[in-house]
Design a protein around this ligand. Structure first.
Ligand code: 2RA
Length: 450
């Protein structure tokens, strides 16, 4: 049974945005008796009139006074808006459920997908973060398997819809598609490159490690939600010309080999997850069908042909619903069910996502710095491998290790170790046949069809 929220006053900051609109739709579906809403937005959208559960509301500009007498505030506007408004709301005694990346990796902020780590809401200090919309479906499929057969490594390649980038990006895809069909040129405004009839292997900005912020979020957030900093994660996040629903091709390496029937049974038992079909039936989830659905859908569940202990899956979820608005409402329900709306009732359990616990930080830095300074002298066979260093000496390579953010720590026998991946030397593509496809108006949009 869904916990009742109708006795609460809920503020929605970003009520006129894509996620805010979905939030209000879900309120009508799950909480038809909830009438105490405060719909807030920037001054640009203030004054708009919206009807929710049969009651008309005027959208107000968010101000310092907006959070008086509010129980829960849902914020989905921008990271800057979250940074500004969340502390103000918390100071007014409000539990904030935040959709931005502003607080997700903060130690005192639970990052929650209720079906996976709902209990983490109990130690909130005012702010509870929801994960990025590409992380949530990943942990929904990883969690039921990981509980039974630990996942050692995850590779996730996403196909993310434009609604993840907001309403303006949706409009841009529409306009670009129309223009391109008429043979007209397009100029990107809300995506780094043309999205109409194209795919863009960049979501958010690039980091020094070559990953994008979106990819790094998937790496960091999935470990935090699953309380599993030891899982190695890599992601490639790609924007595709789809309006709603994010998809991902996911590979898990498990501790031991497992029958697909057993994996399917685990996925079918997971609340909020629908496992579709088998390879014979050709029944698999697609973004068009999944848009508007609450569940995360998984299909194409098969043995990874490249890894004895591996499984490959195809995962699709509505990024505006389970990826954002629904997950937030479920967190509000979790707070009510666990009677922990007010802060400070439960101390945070002991697990850390910060500095290594098994090694003094100064020692860690000393070894890493030595290692970096001497990288060129290292034997070529260590390149691209994980190595263990003790007292500035490489003692082993390809060891069992525990990745932690951008660093790695662990134990080698009884001794603490420092491990770091030695990046392979950059390779320059000198293939003389390589050329950049220069498409002009009227040319076959596929370029060379071979
Ligand atoms: C995107 N996941 O799809 C992001 C939004 N948080 O752009």
């Amino acid at each position: 049974m869904i916990p009742d929220l109708s006795h609460l006053t809920i503020a929605v900051v970003g009520a006129t945005g894509a996620v805010g609109a979905e939030f209000l739709k879900i309120v009508e579906q799950r909480h038809p008796k909830l009438h105490n809403l405060k719909l807030l937005a920037s001054s640009r959208s203030a004054g708009a009139r919206l009807t929710v559960n049969g009651k008309e509301f005027t959208v107000e500009e968010t101000t310092e006074d907006s959070f008086q007498d509010v129980d829960i505030a849902f914020i989905s506007a921008s990271t800057e808006a979250s940074r500004h408004w969340a502390p103000i709301a918390v100071a007014a005694g409000v539990a904030v459920i935040d959709d931005s990346s502003a607080f997700r990796m903060q130690e005192d902020v639970p990052l929650v997908v209720p079906e996976v780590n709902g209990a983490d809401v109990t130690w909130h200090q005012g702010i509870i973060a929801i994960p990025n919309c590409s992380t949530t479906p990943l942990v929904m499929v990883a969690h039921p398997i990981h509980r039974v057969n630990p996942i050692k490594r995850i590779i996730a390649d996403t196909y993310q819809s434009v609604s993840g980038a907001g309403g303006a990006a949706v409009q841009e895809l529409r306009e670009q598609s129309e223009a391109l069909l008429k043979g007209q040129p397009v100029t990107p405004h809300h995506q780094p490159k043309q999205i109409g009839f194209n795919v863009i292997p960049q979501i958010d900005s690039f980091l020094d490690n070559g990953y994008t912020r979106e990819e790094q979020k998937m790496i960091d957030e999935s470990r935090k939600i699953m309380h599993a900093p030891e899982i190695r994660v890599s992601a490639t996040c790609v924007r595709v010309p789809v309006m709603v629903s994010h998809s991902a091709a996911v590979h898990f390496e498990l501790e031991r080999a497992m029958d697909i029937s057993e994996i399917r049974a685990l996925l079918m038992d997971m609340p909020g997850l629908t496992a579709l079909g088998n390879t014979e039936s050709g029944d698999y989830p697609m973004p068009w069908d999944v848009a508007g659905e609450d569940d995360v859908f998984v299909g194409r569940i098969r043995k990874d042909a490249s890894n004895l202990n591996g499984v490959a899956l195809w995962v699709v979820s509505d990024n505006l619903r389970k990826g954002a608005a629904l997950n937030s409402i479920q967190i509000a329900e979790e707070l009510v069910a666990r009677e922990c709306l007010k802060t400070g009732s439960t101390p945070k359990p002991k697990f850390s996502f910060g500095e290594p616990e098994s090694l003094e930080v100064s020692e860690f830095r000393k070894d890493i710095n030595y290692f970096r300074a001497h990288m060129d002298e290292l034997l070529p066979e260590f390149r691209g491998k994980y190595v263990a260093i003790i007292n500035q000496t490489i003692v082993d390579s390809d060891v069992e290790y525990v990745p932690l953010m951008d660093r790695v720590h662990g134990k080698y026998g009884d001794r603490p170790i420092v491990i770091e991946e030695i990046p392979p030397r950059p390779r320059i593509n000198r293939n003389p046949g390589f050329r950049r496809l220069q498409k002009t108006q009227g040319e076959n949009a596929q370029g060379n069809v071979n």
